[in-house]
Design a protein around this ligand. Structure first.
Ligand code: BG6
Length: 512
C-alpha cells in the first residue's frame, strides 16, 4: 500500500490518553483513518497515562471507543495494524525522570516499526501541564527537530485570557518553535468550514457580491441543545464567551470575512485570517453595554423533557453569574466590510443543535414588485449550513406559477451530507491527518489566538466593570429577550436556523 501523500513514518504520542477526548474523539478518528489506509505504513501510537494499564487494556479501550465488536476485524485490515501498534506507557507528567524512560521506549518503537524518530506529541491534558510536558520533552532531547521532526498538538482552552495564553505560548515555544505547534480548533476540521473558502473563492456567483455594497448583515449562530453536562467545574471559570466565542465563532468569522489569500499554503491563509481579527473594531465600554448579551439558562423544557437550570447543574455555584449564552454585534473596519453588522450568537440549552452562517443581501430598489399586494419579497439569503446538516441554501424571489402575478421566495437547497454514500470525516480525522502530514492550515497560529483574546478580553473586562449580570432564559428557548432587541435596533432580526424553517412561506420569520 502507498503512503498517503506527505505522510511520513512517525509515532503519535498521546499524553492524557485515558481521558475523555482520547476515547471519544482520537481513537475513533485514528481507527477511521487506519481503516481507509490514511495513516503512514510505518506508524505507532503510544497512549501515555498515569494509571496502571497494559497494551492489551488500551487496545480493548480503543476497540470500544471505535465501536468494534470482537471478531469483527479482518487480520489484514488497517485497524488491526493500528491496534497492534498501539502501546501504553505509564508515567506521571511531573516526574522528570520518567521522560528518559519514555525516550528509550520511543527509540525501541522506532527500531521495531521504522518510525525514524518522527513524533507527534498530542497533549490531551489540562493546559497547566503543557509547559511541564513541553519543557521535559525538550530537556530530554525529544523536541530537537534535527534529523527527524517533532510536532506538538494542543487542545483548547489555550489560556483563559490574553495574559495566560501568552504564558502558555511562551512555555510551548521555548520547546517547540511556532512552526511545530499545532493548536486545535476542532471547528476548522469541520467539512463546511473547509468548504467556505471554496464556496467563496471558486464561484463567480458569490465573490463579486461579498462586500458591504451588497450584503446587509451577517449572522453566525452556533446553538446547542446540551447543557454543561459533567463539565460544570470547568465551565464555571470559562463561560460561553471564552468557551465558544473566542475560538470557534471568531474562526468562523475569519473564514467568512477574509480576503482571498495569495496561495493556499498555511501561512498565506492564516495571514488573511489574522487581518480580519486585526480589523475588528475594538469594543468600548459603551459598545459592550449596547452590543453584547450575556445569558444563562434557567430551568425549562427541551424535546418534551424538563431540564434543570444552569445554577442547579453539578459543580455550579447556586448564584453563578457565568454566561451560557452570548451574542455580540461586531464590525470589521476594513474596505470590504465597512458598516456591515456581524451578529454572532452561541448558547447552550437552545431549541435545536445547529451551526449556520446567514448572509443576507441588500434589497433591490423599491420599484416594480415592491409593495404590491400578494407579493412577499423576501431578501436574498445565502445560508451556509455547518451542522447537523452540511450544505448551502439559497433563497431568492420568483414568480409563483398561476394567473395571479404573485412573487414568492423560493429556495435552492444543497445538502452535502445527504448525498448517498458520502460520509463526512469527523473533524479530528482531518486534523490528525494534517498534523501527521505537517500541514498546519487548519490549526490556529499564535497571532490569531492573540488577536482573538484581545477582542474577547475587552468584553469580559467591560462586563466586570459594568457589573453585568446574566440574563436568564428558559432552557429550550432562543436565549435572552435582549438578544432580539440587539438586532431589532438596527431593523434586523435573528433568522431561525434552516431546520426550523419547515414552512415554505414566509421563509423569513422572527424567532419570537
Ligand atoms: C467545545 C466546547 O469546544 O465545543 C463545548 O468546549 C461545546 O462546550 C463544543 O459543546 C461544541 O462542539 P460541536 O462540535 O459539538 O459543535
Amino acid at each position: 500500500m502507498m503512503d498517503f501523500p506527505g505522510m511520513e513514518p512517525c509515532v503519535l504520542v498521546i499524553f492524557g490518553a485515558t481521558g475523555d477526548l482520547t476515547q471519544r474523539k482520537l481513537y475513533p478518528a485514528l481507527m477511521n483513518l487506519a481503516a481507509q489506509g490514511l495513516l503512514p505504513r510505518q506508524f505507532a501510537t503510544v497512549a501515555v497515562g498515569r494509571r496502571e494499564k497494559t497494551d492489551a487494556i488500551v487496545r480493548g479501550e480503543a476497540k470500544v471507543a471505535g465501536n468494534i465488536m470482537e471478531g469483527e476485524l479482518r487480520p489484514k485490515s488497517g485497524v488491526t495494524a493500528f491496534l497492534r501498534r498501539l502501546h501504553y506507557f505509564q508515567m506521571d507528567f511531573d516526574d522528570a525522570a520518567a521522560y528518559q524512560d519514555l525516550k528509550a521506549f520511543l527509540a525501541r518503537l522506532d527500531e521495531v516499526h521504522g518510525t525514524r524518530g518522527n513524533r507527534v506529541f498530542f497533549l490531551a491534558v489540562a493546559p497547566e501541564y503543557f509547559g511541564t510536558i513541553a519543557h521535559d520533552l525538550h530537556r530530554h532531547g525529544m523536541a530537537t527537530n534535527t534529523g527527524a521532526w517533532q510536532r506538538v498538538v494542543v487542545e483548547k482552552p489555550f489560556g483563559s485570557d490574553l495574559a495566560s495564553a501568552r504564558k502558555l505560548n511562551a512555555d510551548l515555544t521555548d520547546a517547540f518553535g511556532e512552526q511545530r505547534i499545532y493548536r486545535i480548533d476542532h471547528y476548522l476540521g469541520k467539512e463546511m468550514l473547509q468548504n467556505l473558502m471554496v464556496i467563496r473563492f471558486a464561484n463567480t456567483l458569490f465573490e463579486p457580491l461579498w462586500n458591504s455594497r451588497y450584503i446587509e448583515e451577517v449572522q453566525i449562530t452556533v446553538s446547542e441543545t446540551v447543557g454543561v453536562e459533567t463539565r460544570g467545574g470547568y465551565y464555571e471559570s470559562v463561560g460561553a464567551l471564552r468557551d465558544m466565542m473566542q475560538n470557534h465563532m471568531l474562526q468562523l468569522l475569519t473564514l467568512i470575512a477574509m480576503e482571498p489569500p495569495v496561495a493556499l499554503d498555511a501561512d498565506s491563509v492564516r495571514d488573511e485570517k489574522v487581518k480580519v481579527l486585526r480589523s475588528l473594531r475594538p469594543l468600548t465600554l459603551d459598545d459592550v453595554a449596547r452590543q453584547t448579551v450575556k445569558g444563562q439558562y434557567g430551568p425549562g423544557s427541551l424535546n418534551g423533557a424538563s431540564v434543570v437550570g444552569y445554577r442547579d447543574e453539578g459543580r455550579v455555584s447556586p448564584d453563578s453569574n457565568t454566561d451560557t449564552y452570548v451574542a455580540v454585534e461586531l464590525y470589521i473596519d476594513n474596505f470590504r466590510w465597512s458598516g456591515v453588522p456581524f451578529y454572532l450568537r452561541t448558547g447552550k440549552r437552545l431549541p435545536v443543535r445547529s451551526g449556520e452562517v446567514v448572509i443576507r443581501f441588500r434589497e433591490q430598489p423599491g420599484v416594480l414588485y415592491f409593495g404590491q399586494k400578494h407579493n412577499i419579497l423576501g431578501p436574498n439569503l445565502l445560508v451556509i449550513k455547518i451542522q447537523p446538516e452540511e450544505g448551502i441554501y439559497l433563497q431568492f424571489n420568483a414568480r409563483q406559477p398561476g394567473t395571479q402575478s404573485t412573487i414568492t421566495p423560493v429556495k435552492m437547497d444543497y445538502c452535502q451530507n445527504c448525498l448517498q454514500g458520502l460520509n463526512s470525516p469527523e473533524a479530528y480525522e482531518r486534523l490528525l491527518a494534517d498534523c501527521i502530514r505537517g500541514d498546519s492550515t487548519l490549526f490556529t497560529r499564535w497571532d490569531e489566538v492573540e488577536y482573538a483574546w484581545s477582542f474577547i478580553d475587552r468584553i469580559s473586562l467591560a462586563w466586570d466593570q459594568l457589573g453585568r449580570e446574566v440574563e436568564l432564559y428558559p432552557a429550550g428557548s432562543w436565549g435572552p429577550v435582549s438578544a432580539d432587541a440587539l438586532l431589532n435596533r438596527n431593523g434586523h432580526r435573528w433568522l431561525l436556523p434552516f431546520q426550523c424553517l419547515l414552512s415554505e412561506r414566509p421563509v423569513l420569520e422572527n424567532n419570537a
